[in-house]
Write a protein that binds this ligand. Structure first.
Ligand code: HEC
Ligand code: HEC
Length: 439
């Protein structure tokens, strides 16, 4: 390099730094300092398949994703309803409703044995002809199905998947939850879980049903090399749905745009909230992966679902034990996986038992730092449950970052216009059809 070029480089450097100084406010600088490695949090584009975490058993293809995007919303396979008149009335999306951030829109999800929808799932109730214990409802708040590609072991207790935290738990696979015996097949956490999920949620796939609903060609295109017996079964369906879910990424949220260099994508208040999240409030001590969740299991001492009106659950539900309910280990008792944080603003109540109504209530819970659930012994309780010392204004700022800074406004791209059967979705029961204006 000549002296002249060196000088030019130096001069340009000064101008560049100078400009930055003029434009960046204090909060910008604070946030830049806290997040110096932006790459670490950037979610890939949903079309950049190579960059999305996936299982070697089920490489992502556009044919699988296109099929999964329909199956997730398709009532035509809801063939194992407990009552004849409830057949073909529910889907995965009965409990993972897009308008509610892929949660039910009410405290607990109800698929088979549920009735009605409202505007975003909030009006769904138990169908009067079902007994409480014959409906399809689970003893925990449904998890969000967005950004699950970044969940190595799925469920609140991390029980699915053969790798990651489940290495060393092999002797417990299939013990308390028979479905987790799937882990021995080493298919990938989602692929294995969703085969079981389709069974639990009473959906059936046979060649005849697939043909009658008009899906045979799509299954053939998606899985040309899979033996027919597997292709036209819950396995083929699970692989397609899992591929689709891996691609459901919230990469258009303001925080994501900010990470990618658009300094104006977040408001001043959202930035202040982010500074708290990654700084003083210490939220990223656990919420540190690309989905802002992680595989850290912690006991936050929150209530269980039966205490907040959950059906088909109670004090003896193993789900209340969190990770310990799966591993049986004393040290895992009452510890739950750290969930992802995108698009939560539409999906209250929060925590595994749905014990906090709003995001502000969640932030206040952390700020107060007093356990809610007396059954969780202090010896298990996370050391994070102690007063944080945030001011009222800081509570508001942090809430705003969660609510709006982490909201991808365009989730519609993950929802099909219609499903091949032409049925109404998320639900296809008579009351839901009226609610949604389907005919
Ligand atoms: C009756 C309501 C209901 C239905 C129907 C339902 N889910 Fe869920 N889903 C839940 C609940 C509750 C959880 C959390 C359970 C737990 O962790 O104990 C969950 C968790 C999940 C997870 C794990 C996410 C994570 O971060 O670990 C995935 C993936 C998922 N569901 C996919 C599906 C698919 C695919 C279908 C359709 C086959 C489906 N769900 C149908 C209620 C439901
Ligand atoms: C010590 C680890 C840890 C820290 C630090 C932490 N969280 Fe969490 N967070 C968790 C776990 C674990 C859960 C699930 C607990 C449960 O439901 O039992 C959770 C749940 C949540 C939820 C509810 C998500 C849902 O789907 O219902 C929100 C929102 C949240 N955290 C935000 C925050 C914020 C904001 C901070 C900083 C003030 C924070 N967290 C700090 C571990 C942590």
């Amino acid at each position: 390099m000549t002296f002249k070029t060196l000088l030019t480089v130096f001069a340009v450097g000064i101008i560049f730094v100078g400009c930055n100084h003029d434009e960046l406010s204090t909060v910008d600088k604070d946030l830049n300092n806290l997040i110096n490695d932006r790459e670490r949090y950037i979610l890939p584009s949903e079309t950049d398949y190579a960059s999305i975490p996936q299982s070697p058993s089920n490489p992502l293809t556009k044919e699988k994703i296109a099929l999964g995007k329909l199956l997730f919303f398709e009532p035509a396979f809801a063939n194992e309803a407990k009552r004849f008149d409830q057949k073909f009335t529910f889907t995965c999306s009965s409990c993972h409703v897009p308008e509610s951030g892929f949660r039910p829109g009410r405290m607990q999800g109800i698929a088979d044995g549920g009735f009605g929808f409202g505007r975003q799932g909030e009006s769904r109730i138990k169908y009067p002809y079902y007994a409480n214990d014959s409906i399809d409802a689970q003893g925990a708040r449904p998890l969000v199905t967005l950004n699950v590609a970044y969940v190595e072991n799925t469920m609140w207790n991390g029980s699915f998947g053969s790798d990651g935290h489940n290495i060393g738990t092999e002797s417990m696979w299939g013990v308390f939850d028979p479905g987790t015996a799937r882990n021995h097949e080493r298919l990938g956490a989602l692929e294995g879980q969703n085969i079981e999920g389709l069974k639990v949620h009473r959906m059936q796939y046979t060649k005849e049903i697939i043909e009658a609903a008009g899906y045979k060609e799509l299954f053939d295109k998606a899985f040309p090399d899979m033996p027919e017996a597997e292709r036209y079964s819950r396995k083929g369906a699970s692989f397609a749905i899992s591929a689709y879910l891996r691609q459901n990424l919230t990469n258009q949220a303001p925080f994501q745009l900010w990470l990618k260099g658009d300094n104006n994508a977040m408001t001043e208040q959202q930035k202040k909230g982010a500074v708290l999240f990654f700084g003083k409030a210490g939220c990223n001590g656990c919420h540190y992966e690309k989905n802002l969740g992680s595989m850290k299991f912690e006991a936050l001492g929150v209530d269980d679902l039966y205490e907040h009106g959950g059906l088909k659950t109670g004090p003896a539900d193993r789900r209340n034990l969190g990770r310990g309910g799966f591993t049986g280990r004393a040290e895992d008792m009452f510890k739950f996986r750290t969930p992802q944080l995108y698009n939560l603003g539409d999906s209250g109540p929060y925590f595994h038992g749905g014990s906090k109504e709003t995001l502000e209530d969640v932030v206040k819970y952390f700020n107060t730092g007093i356990k809610q659930n007396q059954r969780v012994p202090d010896s298990q309780l996370s050391t994070f449950i102690r007063p944080l010392g945030l001011t009222d204004e800081e509570v508001k700022d942090l809430t705003e970052f969660l609510k709006s800074g982490l909201k991808d406004p365009n989730l519609k791209r993950y929802v099909p216009e219609r499903v091949l059967s032409g049925m109404c979705f998320p639900n296809n029961d008579p009351a839901s059809k009226i609610d949604m204006g389907c005919n």
